[in-house]
Design a protein around this ligand. Structure first.
Ligand code: FES
Length: 343
């Protein structure tokens, strides 16, 4: 702890709840093109899970107990975890601006949200782009620094999407997301045999599959044999979306919904209960931005993001929090709380 910078110490004063309040404040200034994407990113990389692993005496055993699979540490993907944000195309400049901000940080009482907005505004001015396009990616950079530490974060940033996609305007991206498939001249007469396109990586023109009306997202994905998905991600046994149980029991198939959340079925009682237990999102919304692909059925074209990991940690984090609140000096990773997870 002692070799942390003043800025890291400042960031570490902010827990998941403080970040959640910061994000709520920032959302007002984040451009439409990145409002969902920013919220999805923060769901994909929860601070509470990172802290639980870091504070554990044996993070490997804890990761196994929480059934974590895939790439759940940000340190392994500092420059790539956020390619689905429009702001990713400004990552090198934002990363460098955050590094400078951290190096010159003097705790003058400025709030976390105001510091994010200051860095975003200054970089926007230098790049001659609207600040709203940088607010989300700047918040992502702050959180990435908090979870990785400055030693890992202080390298030059890279853009990981191709030139064709970096040239798209925010309006073009939003228009593309809002599009629905034409069902042909007599499409309005069709009911069951309508077809919809699911885009699962907006920066890759081949990353789409077509599914039938009212099919769940995972079912449609399983029919996509266009690539060797397992080679790309060992969790992808059938198509681009990792699945195991197909019954809202394992949490493998979670996805973020960048566009078209309103075209998915309402969250049913089981999906709503299980997604909280897994730890992915804590909401009672009927059309949230995080869904279980094996449960969410679509009646329109949607754009989704597939996270690089999955796990079951909601119960564990809640038990840990309760233990700390009850007894502030409690050892966070006590066997009693850890064992709680298995029930
Ligand atoms: S595949 Fe298990 S929860 Fe969807």
């Amino acid at each position: 702890m002692s070799n942390q910078t003043a800025f890291e110490n400042f960031l570490n004063e902010h827990d998941e709840e403080a970040w959640s309040a910061t994000l709520t404040t920032l959302l007002r200034t984040i451009h439409d093109v990145d409002r969902n994407a920013t919220q999805i990113w923060f769901s994909f990389y929860p601070l509470s899970l990172f802290q639980a692993l870091t504070n554990s005496d044996d993070s490997e055993t804890l990761a196994q107990r929480l059934l974590l699979q895939g790439k759940f540490y940000l340190k392994d993907q500092i420059d790539t975890s956020h390619t689905f944000l429009y702001g990713h195309r400004f990552w090198p400049e934002i990363k460098s601006a955050v590094q400078k901000h951290a190096a010159s940080f003097v705790g003058d009482g400025t709030s976390l949200s105001d510091q994010v907005l200051k860095v975003a505004a200054e970089t926007a001015k230098a790049l001659k782009v609207d600040q709203s396009l940088l607010a989300g990616i700047t918040a992502v950079a702050f959180m990435t620094l908090q979870q990785t530490g400055s030693a890992a974060f202080n390298t030059p940033g890279k853009v990981s999407i191709d030139k064709k996609h970096t040239r798209l305007s925010p309006e073009q991206v939003l228009r593309e997301r809002a599009k629905d498939d034409s069902q042909g001249l007599l499409g309005f007469l069709r009911t069951v045999n309508k077809k919809w396109t699911v885009t699962h990586d907006e920066n890759d023109d081949r990353a789409t599959y077509v599914m039938n009306n009212i099919q769940d997202l995972a079912w449609g994905a399983a029919e996509d044999r266009s690539r060797n998905w397992r080679e790309i991600d060992a969790r992808r046994g059938e198509g681009p979306i990792p699945v195991e149980c197909r019954s809202a029991s394992c949490g493998t198939c979670w996805v973020g919904v960048l566009g078209g959340a309103e075209k998915l079925s309402d969250v049913a009682a089981r999906e709503g209960k299980k997604i909280k237990e897994f730890g992915y999102i804590d909401t009672n919304e009927t059309k949230p931005l995080i869904r279980l692909a094996c449960q969410a059925q679509t009646h329109g074209a949607v754009s989704i993001v597939i996270p690089p990991w999955n796990g079951v940690f909601g119960k564990y984090i809640r038990a840990q929090k309760a233990a700390v609140e009850e007894q502030p000096s409690a050892v966070a990773d006590s066997p009693a709380t850890a064992n709680d997870q298995s029930h």
